[in-house]
Write a protein that binds this ligand. Structure first.
Ligand code: PAF
Length: 292
């Protein structure tokens, strides 16, 4: 497995591969890899002949310095996993490479995709994501890039950006991978104690309960949101950052759920921020629900 830390070396490798006819699939990550990342890599392998993974904890997408400092870092284990997975190249840039002194360019997406959910809860987050993803694309020169559906707002924003800026990258979306108990896989899960993890399970359970209510005919967004809140707020140390019903077409917040809506939530569990969502009426998370 090749390792590159400069943009020049990364780009030179990709250009050589492409001249030889390779199709480059790219999975950008912030490390602390788990099975969710591995499933994106496997998906990239299905449509590409070379797979590149980047590991870079991008400071410009963190609105909270403490969150950035606490972001899990497991580089040795990550590299071992990637080698085992048969990844062709890893891009490991430093902050100096990505944001050298005098760096001054950022990408801002405006409109409905960035005036709600994580965009409001984490000011500047998507500006940082859009900027770093564009820069990573400029280094890796991928033909295909795969992003996880768990971060569905991020996927929509990146797809919009790629379309608006005519970037020659095909964006693919990989399904959310869950732990057997239903918790969506996330690098942040490793910061949960056993007790916090139990509390965190209220998130997939609440989404599943809300989905069941939707399937049984409930359309009132507040009542669906309450199902999620009730599963979480019974615990001390749990705070709901947001919980909203969003119609995907137009990315609008709605008070009455309709087909094509997503119920999305972000929650702090003992200081660890987790996000998850469910497509109302379409998807089962597969969590055991216990209704009194
Ligand atoms: O989803 C992530 O891990 C990050 O937001 C990404 C896309 C790697 C950009 O830093």
């Amino acid at each position: 497995m090749q390792q590159f830390s400069t943009i020049t070396d990364m780009r030179a490798w990709s250009r050589t591969q492409q001249r030889e006819g390779a199709v480059i699939g790219f999975v950008p990550t912030m490390g602390a890899l788990h099975d969710g990342h591995l499933s994106l890599i496997r998906q990239a392998k299905e449509s590409a002949t070379r797979v590149v993974v980047s590991i870079y904890v991008n400071p410009t997408q963190f609105d909270n310095p403490e969150d950035l400092a606490n972001y899990p870092k497991t580089l040795e284990a990550d590299l071992a996993l990637l080698a085992k997975e048969g990844v062709d190249a890893v891009f490991l840039p430093t902050n100096e490479v990505m944001y050298p002194d005098g760096y001054a360019t950022f990408i801002e997406i405006v409109g409905p995709l960035t005036d709600k959910l994580c965009a409001v809860a984490r000011p500047g987050h998507f500006r940082g994501v859009a900027t770093v993803v564009t820069k990573l694309f400029g280094a890796v020169l991928p033909d295909i890039a795969v992003f996880g559906e768990k971060d569905f707002q991020q996927v929509l924003i990146i797809s919009k950006m790629v379309n608006d800026l005519n970037l020659p990258v095909d964006i693919q979306v990989g399904r959310t991978v869950r732990e057997p108990d239903g918790l969506a896989m996330s690098s942040r899960n490793r910061r949960l104690s056993k007790e916090s993890r139990e509390k965190a399970l209220g998130l997939p359970r609440g989404l599943e309960l809300a989905n069941k209510a939707y399937m049984d005919g409930e359309r009132n967004a507040m009542d669906l949101i309450e199902k999620v809140a009730n599963e979480l707020l019974v615990h001390e140390g749990v705070e709901l950052d947001y919980c909203d019903v969003i119609r995907l077409s137009g990315f609008a917040e709605v008070t009455q759920a309709v087909p094509g809506c997503v119920l999305a939530a972000a929650v702090f569990v003992d200081g660890v921020r987790l996000i998850d969502h469910i497509h109302l009426g379409a998807e089962h998370i597969g969590v055991e629900i216990d209704e009194e």
